[in-house]
Design a protein around this ligand. Structure first.
Ligand code: MLT
Length: 405
């Protein structure tokens, strides 16, 4: 008789943002007259910039003509997009990455979740705490962990982000077991912390020495405005031999509803004589049929001169929100992290995270994300997202200050 994958039973009842949506919907249904403001899930609210929409329309129109119609595209993505990415995001910053290393996909969430498939079942995996829950849940689903106890899964190694390390753990924070695979995310989701060249350098040197691999989530790199901070892990020498990088157009260019991202798997990474890039290519071309042509055209327009200017304005708009949130939270006496070079503000409220969440939802009609949803180390914190329209952020801040100040 058919049996189910029992690893799913180990998971918490629902994905963090699904649980938040459930509570929000319940509150909204009971209070239909109140205006809710969402600073919870990091979902963009501003429309796609004009030059990107124009390219998107052109792509659709090309599909309407027999002479320009396209069926299946290359699974890895069209060369015009991969080449634009390689040049603008990597070669121009001195990173040894070529178009062959780029794999276009419909989201960094899927790619960060799927990449673990390439590795043996019994490797040691390290995840940060606080953590973007996808890294953990996908390893649980794949059977790489035991049961959850006190908020942590048996078999996973947790590297703790703390106030002391500024939420940037280093290899020294690993237990003696070490790790074969490490997930890192900078600018960090959820804490907004950024890693310096020296800090990333420590991880790269450690991975090269140990023969380990780093899965580096750079979905928020576009928010880095400080020129001293690395945007890509490949700005660190040697990273092309030990790190895979995940990028997304979601937050960079407003693509959360349009769907386009990419993963970089450098040809220089070899494990047991096998190129990791070839393995990912095998997996990607078996399980994925590529992103639609009009969407890839729209994504390529992000790299045009107008696209660069317009997306920079978009990012600055959200960074302006992050500044408003950061200043208001600091003014009422909370310690904060992030909010600069990041769209997330990590606020230490010092009380139970879900309690603060409920207080703000029910008392102020504002949605934030409870820190404990990202792991044990997030208890006592909330994450406030800067993704919303300015007037909503100003109104939400007024309400938060009244409720918590
Ligand atoms: C978040 O709010 O953490 C992100 O929006 C989640 C995601 O990008 O999948």
């Amino acid at each position: 008789m058919i049996r189910l994958n029992n690893n799913f039973n180990k998971l918490q009842a629902s994905y963090l943002f699904v649980e938040i949506a459930r509570r929000v919907n319940e509150h909204a249904a009971a209070n239909p007259e109140r205006k809710l403001i969402k600073l919870g899930i990091g979902d963009v609210t501003r429309p796609l910039p004009p030059s990107i929409i124009k390219a998107f329309h052109e792509g659709v129109d090309e599909q309407a003509e027999a002479s320009s119609f396209r069926g299946y595209g290359p699974e890895q993505g069209y060369a015009f997009l991969r080449e634009a990415i390689a040049e603008a995001d990597f070669t121009s910053r001195g990173c040894p990455i070529t178009a062959d290393d780029i794999f276009v996909s419909d989201g960094a969430k899927c790619d960060t979740g799927n990449f673990q498939e390439l590795f043996a079942e019994d490797i040691t995996i390290a995840v940060p705490d606080p953590v973007y829950p996808v890294y953990v849940d996908t390893n649980v689903m794949a059977g790489r962990t035991g049961e959850a106890k006190n908020g942590r899964y048996e078999g996973l190694v947790y590297i703790e982000g703390t106030e002391e390390n500024g939420f940037v753990p280093s290899p020294a924070d690993l237990p003696e077991t070490g790790a074969d695979l490490v997930y890192l995310c900078f600018p960090n989701n959820p804490t907004g912390a950024t890693a310096t060249r020296a800090q990333l350098g420590e991880w790269v040197d450690w991975a090269l020495a140990q023969g380990s691999i780093i899965l580096f989530d750079a979905a928020y790199e576009a928010f880095i405005t400080n020129p001293e901070l690395p945007k890509s892990i490949y700005e660190i020498p040697g990273a092309d031999k030990c790190a895979v990088e995940f990028r997304s157009f979601s937050k960079t260019a407003g693509f959360t509803g349009t769907r386009c991202a990419f993963t970089v798997v450098p040809g220089a990474i070899e494990i047991d004589g096998v190129k990791l890039r070839d393995m990912w290519n095998r997996r990607h071309s078996t399980k994925f049929n590529g992103v639609s042509y009009p969407v890839q055209k729209a994504a390529a327009a992000v790299y045009s001169p107008e696209g660069k200017k317009e997306t920079r304005e978009l990012i600055n708009y959200y960074l302006g929100n992050a500044k408003i949130i950061s200043e208001a939270m600091t003014e009422i006496g909370f310690q904060i992290w992030g909010g600069e070079n990041s769209p997330y503000v990590w606020v230490k409220t010092g009380e139970d995270s879900w309690e603060t969440f409920d207080k703000l939802l029910k008392g102020a009609d504002v949605v934030v994300t409870p820190g404990s949803g990202f792991g044990n180390m997030g208890e006592g914190f909330i994450r406030i997202s800067a993704f919303n329209d300015r007037e909503n952020v100003l109104e939400a801040i007024k309400r938060i200050v009244k409720a918590l100040g």
